[in-house]
Design a protein around this ligand. Structure first.
Ligand code: ADP
Length: 467
């Protein structure tokens, strides 16, 4: 059975609150009644001993009269007590139940009725307690206290008890209503953004990344969830854009040489073009370009693999940089680019990683610096060891990259329009390969750049131990 988070929260919390209230109501009722009964019994004991003391006082003062006993007996009725005073076991001085047999019986019956109205199964009956009237060793007689026991409530007690019960049950109901309303609001507050996020996820699933979730929540987890879904949506949106751009670039990269080949061949077939070695060379160059593209895509596929295989060994980064710079010497010279390598000669630059792949990263960056820097430009390679990292910086004062394109240039087949217009040789794959290789070495690659001022590509490689 599928049930919404809101209903689930409302249901489970309401049941919990209900159980809590019931336990609270019943336990407080039980505790209160126990304390109340103790209080009633204490009261009865107090009333009994007061009557016994009054009778004893009469004996101590001197010869008590029948009228004295009668008055005390009448007062005792008010406390629900039937008084009997005996001189000895045989000689009775007064017995109120004999004087008022009907009233005494009615009083006891009424008490029984009252108790049964509160406790329908109350097991009570008429009981008597006998007290010895003794003062300084002299026994004057006995007082018998007759009552309905083991406990009895007055009308007032019953009213008080029912008022208390009403109060407790009403408090329980009011508490339950308040708790239910707040549970509803809390559940609504929590479930609303979740259903927002869920709907957005469905939209993303169906390919709609247009809007982001504009929902403010002060719940940390929900805020995190919204932020993640929004960034997922933005990323997918960017990826979609990149894919589209990639496909356009890819078709462009393949179509251009193929068109050149086709038109040249058609021209030769129709006799429009003469078959010259230059024309055959140009066809050959275009085919080379397509092969180059395919090789680059292959390299990209290989390094895109999450489990990219690294042939790790220790090697000197400094030597690699120097070798690459040497191979670019003539290219730099052709463009009259001044280049220099900055490093601390006393430092060792031994790195444990895949030499061939790191070589291709540095090669690519230096090649780009050369390609995207105009004649008479400057290129600088800076090598440093910072804490546990090697930092390789390739800096040029070339055409630069626009801020919006700083991340995009690391995407497959992405070439900045300008570099294409300028017809600089390239496939827009090199930096993606660099990024994959650097990530495989648990490093980072970033670019700082300004259009027209130049670029600074920074590769940071963590120095790991040779295991
Ligand atoms: P490409 O083969 O086109 O050079 P890359 O992946 O190496 O492919 O680079 C992607 C794009 O990034 C390039 O087309 C270029 O527009 C831009 N780029 C790379 N390096 C530089 C640089 N040093 N200066 C300016 N733009 C650069």
């Amino acid at each position: 059975m599928r049930i919404s988070i809101k209903s689930k929260m409302i249901l489970s919390n309401t049941v919990l609150v209900l159980i809590f209230i019931l336990i609270l109501v019943f336990s407080s009722t039980i505790i209160f009644k126990r304390e109340f009964n103790n209080y009633i019994m204490e009261n009865h004991k107090e009333a009994s001993s007061k009557i016994v003391n009054e009778v004893l006082e009469l004996f101590i003062k001197g010869e008590p009269t029948y009228e004295d006993f009668y008055n005390i007996g009448l007062k005792a009725f008010d406390s629900g007590i039937v008084l009997m005073v005996n001189k000895t076991y045989e000689k009775q001085l007064i017995c109120m139940s004999d004087i008022f047999p009907n009233d005494s019986q009615n009083m006891i019956q009424q008490m029984e009725k009252t108790m049964k109205s509160v406790y329908p199964y109350f097991d009570g009956n008429y009981q008597e307690d006998i007290y010895v009237l003794e003062h300084e060793g002299e026994v004057f007689g006995y007082v018998t206290i007759g009552y309905y026991g083991p406990i009895y409530y007055s009308e007032f007690d019953v009213k008080f008890l029912s008022l208390f019960n009403k109060f407790i049950y009403m408090s329980g109901i009011i508490f339950f209503i308040i708790a239910s309303v707040s549970i509803y609001f809390v559940a609504d507050k929590i479930s609303k953004p979740i259903s927002f996020v869920s709907n957005k996820a469905k939209e993303i699933e169906s390919g709609d990344y247009s809007d982001i979730i504009e929902f403010n929540s002060n719940t940390t987890e929900i805020r995190g969830l919204i932020e993640s879904v929004n960034s997922l949506s933005t990323n997918l949106k960017n990826q979609k854009k990149i894919k589209k751009q990639m496909l356009q670039n890819y078709t462009h990269e393949v179509r251009t040489p193929l068109t050149v080949i086709r038109t040249t061949l058609e021209g030769m077939q129709d006799g429009v073009f003469e078959v010259t070695s230059e024309r055959l060379q140009s066809i050959y160059n275009e085919i080379e370009r397509i092969i180059g593209l395919i090789e680059n895509v292959d390299a990209l596929v290989e390094t895109s693999n999450l489990n990219i295989k690294l042939n790790k060994k220790s090697f000197d980064i400094k030597i690699i940089v120097e070798k690459i710079l040497k191979s670019f010497e003539s290219m730099f010279e052709n463009k009259k680019i001044i280049y220099k390598l900055e490093l601390d000669k006393s430092e060792d630059y031994i790195f444990y990683g895949d030499e061939e792949k790191i070589n291709s990263v540095i090669f690519n960056l230096i090649s780009n610096a050369c390609k995207y820097t105009d004649i008479n430009g400057k290129v600088k390679i800076n090598l440093t060891k910072k804490e546990d990292n090697f930092v390789i910086k390739v800096i040029d004062n070339g055409i630069g990259v626009e801020a919006v394109e700083k991340d995009l240039i690391f995407e497959h087949l992405y070439r900045i329009e300008k570099s294409r217009v300028k017809e600089v040789d390239g496939y827009g794959i090199g930096l993606s390969i660099c990024k994959n290789i650097v990530i495989a070495h648990k490093g980072t690659i970033v670019v700082n750049s300004e259009v027209g001022a130049g670029s600074e590509f920074i590769v940071t490689l963590p120095i790991t131990k040779n295991l």
